[in-house]
Write a protein that binds this ligand. Structure first.
Ligand SMILES: Nc1ncnc2c1ncn2[C@@H]1O[C@H](COP(=O)(O)OP(=O)(O)O)[C@@H](O)[C@H]1O
Ligand SMILES: [Mg+2]
Length: 327
């Protein structure tokens, strides 16, 4: 099955602007842009995590560019793409390749723009100017104050808000009904209290709780109570004790259902592995961290990483009884 079917956050990601929950102000502005596409300015989306920024950017691309939107939309992540030079190259190539399709312009979505240094942002501003005849940027960030003024002044700013309790609860209810999952309202409230208006996180907790059979408060509590760190530890311990397949399945669940990023997995793995004084483990970790940084396929790399951990566990006769205690 496709990942987008497995993960409810993807399965239920709105395809059209009209399906976006709340965010009334930005939705109204977005619709105006669609109504008069030739005048589209660069956009700067600001707001907390999991409230619809990327979703609206993709909906806009779809509605502005029509059926060939995918070919004419470039999605970049400012913190993943190493450095402004990489971004410049990608943007140049993308802007240059003249489209045979009938679109007014191409769209570049640049996520986590506020992770860029000021120098990089200055360079970005120049790139935006150089390509402005053929492309429009949608910059996404959490904090407006981290974006340099010359960029701010060239964009129309869209402010996203945390979603409200009613929005979150009724959205979760809808998903439960579509998935035919049993749920208690109290449990959905519990999810809202914990995620504070982050709908992505809410849906991920819902899905994880649903895998326990019933979305009630005790299942929600047990999902919330297990920290990412503990889950990563569980994966590592499985691998070290030679249970490669179990470790890999657990890892896939962590990434797909709980939404942990692969690089965060390695960061937490690093913290965990410090307590096992085995230099080989850290050495391997560093190698795989590097591979992910240069853009290797994360699924494959992490599976290989676990396979190596399993092998090292065997070589050092790893004794699980020393490490399985909490902490
Ligand atoms: N306003 C919203 N309306 C509908 N779904 C949303 C909304 N915000 C978040 N979601 C859900 O959460 C997921 C992540 O949202 P996304 O737009 O990527 O958040 P971010 O603001 O971090 O970019 C979406 O795939 C969707 O399932
Ligand atoms: Mg996003």
């Amino acid at each position: 099955m496709d990942i987008s079917e497995l993960m409810w956050v993807e399965k239920y990601r709105p395809k059209r602007i009209d399906e976006i929950v709340n965010q009334k102000d930005v939705v109204t502005s977005a619709k105006k842009i669609v109504a008069d596409a030739t005048e589209m300015p660069h956009l700067l989306f600001v707001g907390p995590a999991g409230v619809g920024k990327t979703t609206l950017a993709l909906c806009l691309a779809r509605e502005l560019l029509g059926e060939n939107w995918r070919d004419n939309t470039l999605e970049l992540n400012a913190s993943d793409e190493r450095g402004i030079n990489m971004i410049r190259e990608k943007v140049k190539m993308f802007a240059r390749f003249t489209s045979v399709q009938n679109v007014p312009f191409k769209i570049i979505i640049l996520d986590e723009s506020d992770e860029m240094t000021n120098d990089a942002q200055t360079a970005l501003r120049r790139i935006m100017e150089d390509t402005s005849r053929t492309t429009r940027f949608i910059l996404i960030c959490n904090y407006l104050s981290k974006i340099i003024e010359p960029i701010q002044s060239r964009c129309v700013i869209f402010r996203f808000k945390p979603l409200e309790k009613n929005d979150i609860i009724s959205h979760l209810e809808k998903i439960c009904k579509k998935e035919d999952i049993k749920y208690d309202n109290k449990a959905l409230e519990e999810i809202y209290e914990f995620t504070e208006g982050d709908l992505r996180h809410s849906i991920n907790i819902l899905q994880a709780a649903a895998t326990l059979g019933y979305v009630n408060t005790s299942n929600v509590k047990s999902i919330i109570g297990v920290s990412d760190k503990k889950k990563v530890k569980e994966v590592l311990l499985l691998a070290l004790s030679g249970k490669f397949t179990d470790a890999r399945n657990k890892l896939i669940e962590l990434v797909r259902v709980y939404g942990l990023s692969e690089s965060d997995f390695l960061k937490l793995a690093n913290e965990e592995l410090q307590s096992i004084h085995e230099p080989k483990l850290i050495e391997r970790l560093a190698e795989y961290d590097y591979r992910l940084a240069v853009g290797a396929h994360a699924d494959i790399q992490l599976a290989a990483f676990l396979a190596e951990i399993a092998k090292i566990g065997k070589d050092i006769n790893f004794d699980i009884s020393k490490y399985s205690k909490d902490g």
